[in-house]
Design a protein around this ligand. Structure first.
Ligand code: S5P
Length: 254
């Protein structure tokens, strides 16, 4: 299996290249998902876990006291700790609408998020719409090929068609939300949510696998951890544990 550094060389998209290089350089395949609702809490978790992560995944629309100042501060932390930003917007509409959701409104996501994700359900027009706005800024798009929640519909033919949409747009699509490695193509990065140090789930259908399983056995590239880190008493120490587990599993599979 290729190293993150080797894959960075082969990528066409500059955001994918940057992420893979950063992962190798910082020796981390951990993305933190601080799904908290206040700006201060978000910034606090990000400052504490920043040294351990390659990426932060945000849900900007759950912040109750959002202001553009939050974005400035997040970008300051990004520079301080050297990580990238993924806004988990899960676009799911026609191309014309998602373009506006991506660039306009109060969040202006395209201006600060290195990458965003989208569902494939509307068909390729969703990629075309996002690409028209994001490509010139060097942004990357992640498609949801699979989901972590019980009973989800992103399986079989749906997943296959999603992968095909990515193959048709290798300049803008940088990878997948998926439970396992998809495609034998070094261009695409596999991002896996639903990760905890012990397997299990929550009472709303979330299902958890361990870093060892996700990276080591299933061949994914990036672990996305929410409650496992921000729900801990010491998020910094917990992030360090996930980072070590994730990296050990990566080295083990090389
Ligand atoms: O299939 C998915 C896709 C995503 S992006 N399942 C997920 O759980 N996610 C996101 O990952 C979800 O929106 C949340 O932000 C995070 C998982 O959080 P946790 O607290 O369960 O680790």
């Amino acid at each position: 299996m290729s190293t993150y550094a080797e894959r960075a060389e082969q990528c066409t998209n500059q955001t994918a290249k940057k992420l893979l290089s950063l992962m190798e350089e910082k020796k981390t395949n951990l993305a933190v998902s601080p799904d908290v609702t206040s700006a201060a809490e978000l910034l606090d978790i990000l400052d504490k876990t920043g040294p351990e992560i390659c990426l932060v995944k945000t849900h900007i629309d759950i912040i109750t006291d959002f202001s553009p100042e939050l974005i400035n501060k997040m970008v300051e932390l990004k520079e301080k700790h050297n990580f990238m930003i993924f806004e988990d917007r899960k676009f799911a509409d026609i191309g014309n609408t998602v373009q506006m959701q991506y660039a306009q409104g109060i969040y202006h996501i395209v201006d600060w998020a290195d990458m965003v994700n989208a569902h494939a359900v509307p068909g390729p027009g969703i990629i075309d719409g996002l690409k028209e706005v994001g490509e010139s800024k060097g942004r990357g798009l992640i498609l949801l090929a699979e989901m972590s929640s019980e009973g989800n519909l992103a399986t079989g033919e749906y997943t296959e068609k999603t992968l095909q949409m990515a193959k048709d747009n290798p300049d803008f699509v940088i990878g997948f939300i998926t439970m396992k490695k998809q495609l034998d193509d070094p261009n695409f990065i596999n991002f896996t949510p639903g990760v905890k140090l012990v397997e299990g789930g929550d009472d709303l259908g979330q299902q958890y696998n361990t870093p060892a399983k996700v990276i080591g056995e299933q061949g994914s590239d990036v672990i996305i951890v929410g409650r496992g880190i921000y729900g801990a008493d010491d998020p910094a120490a917990e992030a360090k544990k996930y980072r070590e587990e994730g990296w050990k599993a990566y080295e083990g599979r090389l």
